[in-house]
Design a protein around this ligand. Structure first.
Ligand code: PFF
Length: 454
């Protein structure tokens, strides 16, 4: 066995907490607050939430542990990590394709992620200028519709978001990433609690809870299950190397299992809180839960418009949402940037300019898919929907499947046991059982069900 490398050339987190915060920063983002509620609404509520939670527990957590483990063992970009570990394990160097597909998935996701983050950016100013104060649900829906109809304004916000993301990425691990997330995650959490408190008094809290938590299995379809599983990957930032690269900066003596539970737990709680804040408002105002990607941009402003101190809370909320998106965006592009630095010998700054410009350009497709190109559909979906479907529901689960197979079947047991250093043998055996059998079979069943095969 080759000597194992104990630190990455790109730096290392200052502590275990720094890793937890950064990985939570990557996991908690638009996926939890923007996407989880709207796809839950589109897929009928409770049963969808249940499938999502099961996927987090039996697929997401074991894969996250595998990704962190591979990252820390390889100490490099996902492409080079996979190449190195495959060679150590006596496997083909072609496993580096996992790093490639992850890098491409991150780039594709960021292109639309940035557009939605741009909406949050715009909504900071809309909220601060009092546009929501006292407005009716109808006015606020129209406001969002009008906002989406103008490609110029949305592309401007998308550009600003890409710029601020690339500035943090350009500054590197220690200086950029760590500092950006330290205070913002706890603040977002507190604000969500305040929103749930407001929702409790909205008059429809129990309707909201029932929608979220009482499963009606007649409402869930094969494709719905695929969306739930895809979202488990998306929300935990799995299947594309983001967590792997963060793992490569993880100090050697940190428990991977414990840190993973922390991250997955925090991520799930934030999503559920967002749902508990949003659905009561949806029902109290007679809105449609399945109204799509605009859901939080309509429901929350209605709440802010009505509640005391709404101008302040609304503005603060969109600021925090922006930060949550920002810390996720950083991890989406980090694999591409480090790869350019390692394999193309680029300066980090130059790598950021190239990666950032390409992502920005592709993001224009998403900008237009909400207006000028709204009617152009391939497979019945807009450009944005296709991009989201391809990445969340196909690329990430496939990436996760390969990670599970590599970590469970191909990596020598000695290596994974050594790197995971679990408290007891039975814990290690459980993890190994999950990545060898449950995860691959689970992903395969969901794919087959989605295409109507079973
Ligand atoms: N997990 C992020 C969210 O829920 O918003 C999105 C994301 C970040 C997905 C990083 C994938 C990734 F690698």
């Amino acid at each position: 066995m080759a000597d194992k490398q104990t630190s990455s050339i790109h730096g290392e987190w200052s502590s275990r907490w720094a890793f937890i915060l950064a990985a939570t920063g990557s996991a908690v983002g638009l996926g939890n607050i923007w996407k989880f509620p709207y796809i839950t609404g589109e897929n009928g509520g409770g049963a969808f939430v249940l499938v999502y939670l099961v996927c987090i527990a039996v697929i997401g957590i074991p894969i996250m542990m595998a990704e962190v483990m591979l990252g820390r063992r390889g100490r490099s970009t996902p492409i080079n990590t996979m190449k190195r570990l495959a060679m150590e394990a006596g496997q083909s160097k072609l496993w580096s394709f996992l790093g490639w597909s992850g890098m491409i998935a991150g780039f594709l996701i960021l292109s639309y992620y940035s557009v939605i983050a741009g909406w949050s950016l715009a909504y900071i100013f809309k909220s601060a200028s009092g546009e929501f104060t006292g407005s009716s649900a109808e006015t606020i829906s129209t406001l969002f519709g009008d906002f989406l109809a103008q490609p110029f304004e949305i592309s401007l916000w998308h550009s600003v978001f890409m710029l601020i993301t690339m500035v943090v990425v350009a500054r590197g691990v220690r200086h950029g990433l760590e500092k950006a997330v330290r205070f913002l995650m706890p603040a977002l959490f507190v604000l969500l609690l305040i929103m749930v408190g407001y929702a409790m008094n909205s008059g429809a809290f129990s309707d909201g809870l029932r929608f979220l938590f009482s499963p009606d299995f007649s409402k869930i379809t094969g494709p719905g299950i695929l969306v739930a599983m895809g979202h488990a990957f998306f929300t935990l930032s799995l299947g594309m190397g983001a967590i792997m690269i963060y793992g490569s900066y993880l100090p050697q003596n940190t428990s991977i299992a414990q840190t993973t539970f922390w991250i997955a737990g925090a991520d799930t709680v934030v999503a559920l809180l967002a749902g508990m804040a949003i659905f009561p408002i949806v029902f109290a105002n007679g809105l449609e839960p399945g109204s799509g990607p605009g859901l939080i941009f309509v429901t929350l402003p209605i709440a802010f418009g009505q509640m005391p101190g709404g101008l302040f809370f609304g503005t603060l909320f969109f600021i925090l949402l922006l930060f949550a998106a920002w810390s996720s965006a950083i991890s989406l592009i980090e694999p591409a940037v480090t790869w350019l630095v390692e394999n193309r010998n680029m300066q980090r700054f130059k790598a950021c300019v190239y990666a950032g410009l390409a992502t920005w350009l592709l993001g224009m497709g998403t900008v237009l898919s909400f207006n000028q190109w709204a009617e152009i559909k391939i497979f019945g979906k807009t450009f944005f929907d296709n991009l989201d479907f391809l990445t969340s529901n196909i690329m990430l689960p496939l990436g996760g499947l390969c990670i599970a197979i590599f970590a469970g079947w191909l990596l020598p047991r000695l290596m994974s046991a050594d790197e995971l250093a679990m408290k007891s043998d039975s814990q290690y055996e459980l993890w190994r059982f999950l990545v060898r059998y449950i995860t691959p079979i689970g992903v395969a069943i969901v794919f087959l069900k989605a295409v109507g095969f079973i």
